[in-house]
Ligand binder design. Structure first.
Ligand SMILES: [Zn+2]
Length: 325
């Protein structure tokens, strides 16, 4: 707790029967100053809604901290820390926004109480950025699905990149975590109910490619061993970067940006090498026209591209900018 600030505490114990062996977990809302926003008084109802929607019960009490916007980082509306269990909602937003953030962060607490989010993050830590992004999409996607269905909020309608101008990498990443994550979780639930989502927390997707196309997670096929030599100048071992990085790369071009879903659907394999000063990236597509479309945009992509042919389709070798960029 912070020092030097009085905290009004509204205790809202939910489901207390007085006779059960253990009371049902409840929500305590800790206010910074002043009056509680209306949504704070509904925290108990939100807890019950989340349980009913997901078919899981909270196991531990929650403490929700309302903090002034001046104390929160820029653009943050709220957060949940799985390590410390701290759950924060930033004040001063609209009533509907505050309610949505409260619901979203409380849902992370429900996930944490059942699936141990800190353990999941620790397990994925040594596996690299692509696996970390895939896990985050599972976690954020499910929380955003809860918000969109319980509050009837069409998140996907708002999840678009600007058509023009330089690519906004932070927004691209948000759309991946929340938008593609939401679709991934919904696809799992459509395929096998909440049991399938539970199974994904037991055995999380390890590549962003699975998030973009949930059938790769639900019905995995062995990786294609694509023939082809390393790009000229490549040194050291090759390692995949992940489909997220490929899409982010393609989206640098305003021409390719609206076609990224379509183009990435033809991606067969990708491998990156170091060339010393630069990164060399070999992208293989099952359609030579895709390779050609990418090669035609080399200037906009800010990369030197060399196209090579190789069965069964096109191979594009992309020399990205130096690692220091
Ligand atoms: Zn979240």
């Amino acid at each position: 707790m912070r020092n030097g600030r009085t905290a009004l505490v509204l205790a809202m114990l939910v489901g207390w029967t007085g006779c059960a062996s253990r009371p049902a977990p409840g929500v305590t809302v800790a206010l910074a100053d002043g009056e509680a926003p209306a949504f704070a008084a509904d925290a108990d109802a939100i807890l019950a809604e989340l349980e009913a929607w997901r078919g899981l019960r909270f196991r531990e009490d929650l403490v929700v901290e309302l903090v002034p916007a001046s104390e929160a980082g820029e653009k943050l509306n709220g957060w949940y820390e799985s390590r410390t269990k701290r759950l924060v909602v930033v004040e001063g937003k609209s009533e509907r926004m505050g309610r949505g953030v409260l619901l979203h962060e409380m849902f992370h607490a429900l996930q944490d109480q059942h699936f141990d989010l800190a353990r999941l993050h620790a397990e994925v830590e040594p596996l690299g950025a692509d696996a970390q992004r895939a896990l985050r999409a599972l976690i954020e996607g499910e929380a955003m699905l809860a918000v969109s269905e319980i509050m009837d909020y069409d998140f996907e309608r708002h999840a678009h990149l600007a058509k023009e101008g330089p690519i906004d990498a932070a927004r691209f990443e948000k759309i991946f975590h929340y938008g593609y994550g939401l679709r991934f979780v919904r696809a799992l639930r459509d395929a096998g109910g909440w049991e399938a989502v539970d199974a994904a927390f037991a055995s999380p997707p390890r590549t962003t490619a699975e998030i973009f196309d949930p059938s790769r997670y639900l019905d995995p096929e062995p990786a294609v061993d694509q023939p082809g030599l390393p790009p000229e100048g490549a040194v050291g071992p090759a390692a995949p970067r992940g489909e997220f990085e490929v899409r982010l790369f393609l989206a640098r071009s305003e021409t390719l940006r609206p076609r990224v879903d379509e183009l990435a659907g033809h991606l067969v394999s990708e491998l990156a090498w170091s060339t010393g000063a630069e990164t060399a990236w070999r992208l293989c597509f099952d359609d030579p026209r895709v390779a050609e479309a990418i090669r035609a945009e080399s200037d906009a992509l800010g990369a030197r591209l060399v196209a090579a042919s190789g069965p069964p389709g096109g191979i594009v070798t992309a020399y990205l900018g130096s690692d220091a960029d």
